[in-house]
Design a binder for this molecule. Structure first.
Ligand SMILES: [Mn+2]
Length: 461
């Protein structure tokens, strides 16, 4: 059973907002990433399946490696299509804000958002949400907004209120009774938000307990072999049941293809697969393919449920992570070879790029994505900072105070070493403990100096 994140009141309120809306607009943050695109598009597909008219508006262009997401290319880009976007917003009955916590995160689109009188809701996992929406679903403990959207959709489908197609309801009913059964077994556990954390701790200790019980099995190397032999016989037995199928490697693939197409024919509706694809993409990108913020069991339960819908998770990985241009790959090489500074005594790395650097590598939006993570692959580097010089866009003039350049700062760290306090204090930013960012309005060398003057006070472990 997935832990309940949302209260019954919250779920009913969302359902009411949806029921009362014909035109829904979904907004997501500036420089949309996989979680922003995934969460907004998943909501779109979910609501369209209920007969709503839905538009997604993004403040600026999304990177190419996300353009394959179902209906990404129908996103309205505020920077380029302001009139169209304003019209859609003015006729919206409901605006859903995914993966951002404050109108400031969407530039001048945020000013427009604040003039609207329709219902607004936020679903997000960034700390300190501002209080503009009518309903705020903010869960900073969640590794991705996509995961929250998944939980919300499951909750909505479980409710007795009318929602999507009959098949969906039947299917989720089935799941529900499975889930309820497990729930009953856990009924001794508390169910509030705070308790959630405790509960997942408990799950941990459950795991440990069951491992302990396994200790009555023989524990030497030989016995282990016997144990795994037993498992193998089990496998062989079930293989025998499939004996009408050929048994070579190639045939195995065919068999799983058959299984796939069966699934597609009998169970899947197109919209479900689109929702699952979008959600998986955001869960994957916001955790670096499940390599950070990824240490809790329920995440894998959700991944399991998504894979069961028939998504091709390996293809999604390839589309997102193996999609660099040659220029981007060379830019990364340049960063590592020429631009990376390491401060071993503080386990810290710094990379910064001027506009001239970016021009040299034919920089496209999204090309700098992930560069900040690279130095963390070095042994004993725990903190990483990446800076990139950018132009001040017209909507930020007030913030820029006369400066023509803006430095975008990304910070990453490993383990129990927060960088969000540094981001907030030094670069007027914030974010998660291990993934934060900020901005500096002024020349790049000034921003670098500001970093050098301060990092030693913060990056201490
Ligand atoms: Mn996110």
């Amino acid at each position: 059973m997935l832990t309940s994140f949302f209260s019954d009141l919250e779920i009913r309120t969302v359902q009411e907002f949806i029921n009362q809306a014909n035109n829904v607009v979904i907004l997501t943050h500036m420089s949309p990433d996989g979680d922003a695109m995934g969460s907004s598009l998943a909501m779109r597909h979910f609501l369209e399946a209920q007969g709503k008219r839905v538009d997604v508006i993004v403040p600026n262009a999304f990177p190419d490696f996300l353009a394959w997401l179902p209906k990404a290319n129908e996103d309205v880009i505020y920077e380029k299509q302001r009139e169209l976007a304003d019209g859609l917003l003015e006729s919206a009955d409901l605006v859903i804000c995914t993966d951002f916590n404050d109108p400031k995160r969407i530039g001048s689109l945020g000013d427009k958002l604040l003039t609207l009188t329709c219902k607004k809701m936020m679903i997000d996992h960034h700390l300190h949400p501002s209080n503009f929406p009518d309903l705020t679903l903010s869960y900073p403990a969640s590794p991705s907004t996509c995961e929250l959207v998944y939980r919300l959709i499951c909750d909505l489908q479980r409710s007795d209120l009318p929602s999507t197609g009959v098949a969906d309801l039947q299917r989720s009913d089935l799941q529900r009774s499975d889930l309820q059964r497990t729930d009953l077994q856990r009924s001794d556990l508390p169910s509030t938000g705070v308790a959630d954390l405790q509960r997942s701790d408990l799950q941990h200790s459950d795991l440990q307990r069951s491992e302990l019980q396994r200790s009555d099995l023989p524990s030497t190397g030989v016995a282990d072999l016997q144990h795994s032999d037993l498992q193998r016989t089990d496998l062989q037995r079930s293989d025998l049941q499939h004996s009408d199928l050929p048994s070579t490697g190639v045939a195995d693939l065919q068999r799983s293809d058959l299984h796939h197409s069966d699934l597609q024919r009998s169970e899947l509706q197109r919209s479900d697969l689109n929702i699952a694809t979008c959600i998986y993409t955001g869960m994957m990108t916001d955790t670096g393919n499940f390599s950070f913020n990824s240490n809790y069991p329920e995440m894998y339960q959700i991944v399991g449920e998504l894979v069961a819908t028939g998504i091709d998770k390996d293809a999604i990985y390839n589309r997102v992570f193996n999609a660099y241009s040659a220029d981007r790959m060379r830019l990364m090489g340049y960063c590592l070879y020429q631009k990376m500074k390491i401060f071993p005594e503080h386990h810290t790395a710094l990379i910064y790029l001027s506009r001239k650097d970016l021009y040299r590598f034919n920089f496209q939006s999204g090309d700098a994505e992930g560069i900040v993570n690279l130095p963390l692959q070095i042994k004993d580097v725990y903190y990483s900072c990446f800076m990139r010089e950018d132009k001040v866009n017209p909507t930020e003039k007030a913030l820029a105070g006369g400066s023509k350049t803006k430095i975008k700062i990304s910070l990453r760290s490993q383990g129990d070493r927060p960088v969000n306090v540094f981001a907030k204090d030094i670069f007027n930013g914030g974010g998660h403990a291990n993934a934060s960012g900020g901005e500096y309005y002024g020349p790049l060398p000034e921003a670098v100096q500001r970093f050098l003057d301060n990092y030693q006070d913060y990056f201490v472990l």
